[in-house]
Structure formats: structure tokens, C-alpha cells
Design a protein around this ligand. Structure first.
Ligand code: AMP
Length: 113
């Protein structure tokens, strides 16, 4: 499968790592929209939020358990926002489940402008 984030998870494509363990990788977004803009991915391929099932959802819980630590490591020390885009209307551009952790500044109040 030709998947950019699988390539990053495997270490075949370079990234700026923020956190890694056996299940997940967190790395800096290549086009940051906030001082802290970290992407958190499961290492095992899940296409999007649409593909979360009872069989693979433990890694999603793991990501949220680690989110406070990853946010702090990424530079968000006064709160943060977690976003996942899904599908066409959600403007998902990379078809591997990922959570944006955004912070390091006061974010816009409205998520949809
Ligand atoms: P989304 O639009 O929600 O699918 O988000 C995909 C994100 O991946 C965007 O914010 C991109 O800037 C980011 N991105 C694309 N390629 C890379 C890369 N090689 N390394 C880090 N971030 C990337």
C-alpha cells in the first residue's frame, strides 16, 4: 500500500519526532498552523475515523491517554485542540488516521469559520 504516514511510521520517510512508542508516532506537521502542530498516528494503518472498529479502537484510546504528554512535548502548555479530518467534506488529505494536536497560542474560538 502506498501510504505517506505508513512510510513515516516505518522510518522510510523522515519526520520530526515528538513522541514514539510501540503503537503510535507523534511528529511535527510539515505546514504548521500553530506553534504546536503535532500529528499523532497509529503505526498500524487505519484509513480514517470511519475505519475505527471494536477490533482496532484500543490504539485510539491510547492516543488520547498520551495526548496531554504529547501536547506538552510539542509546546502546548496552556491547553490544546485535537482535530481529526475525515473524508471529502472533512478535507482529509492523508488517508491514514491522524489527530492534529494544536496549541502554543490562543486558537480561534470557532473551528469552522
Ligand atoms: P489532513 O488534511 O487532516 O489529512 O492533514 C494532513 C496533514 O499532514 C496536513 O496538515 C499536512 O501539512 C501534513 N503533512 C503532509 N505531509 C507531511 C509530511 N511529510 N510530514 C509531516 N506532515 C505532513
Amino acid at each position: 500500500m502506498d501510504c505517506l504516514f505508513c512510510g513515516i511510521a516505518a522510518g522510510d520517510i523522515p519526520s520530526t519526532k515528538v513522541y514514539e512508542d510501540e503503537l503510535i508516532l507523534a511528529f511535527r506537521d510539515i505546514a504548521p498552523e500553530a506553534p504546536c502542530h503535532v500529528l499523532v498516528i497509529p503505526k498500524a494503518h487505519i484509513g480514517s475515523a470511519d475505519e475505527i472498529t471494536p477490533e482496532n479502537s484500543a490504539v485510539v484510546a491510547h492516543i488520547f491517554e498520551l495526548a496531554p504528554k504529547i501536547a506538552r512535548l510539542g509546546g502546548a502548555d496552556n491547553g490544546y485542540r485535537i482535530v481529526t479530518n475525515c473524508g471529502e467534506d472533512g478535507c482529509q488529505s492523508v488517508k491514514h488516521l491522524h489527530f492534529h494536536i494544536l496549541g502554543g497560542k490562543k486558537l480561534p474560538e470557532h473551528i469552522v469559520s
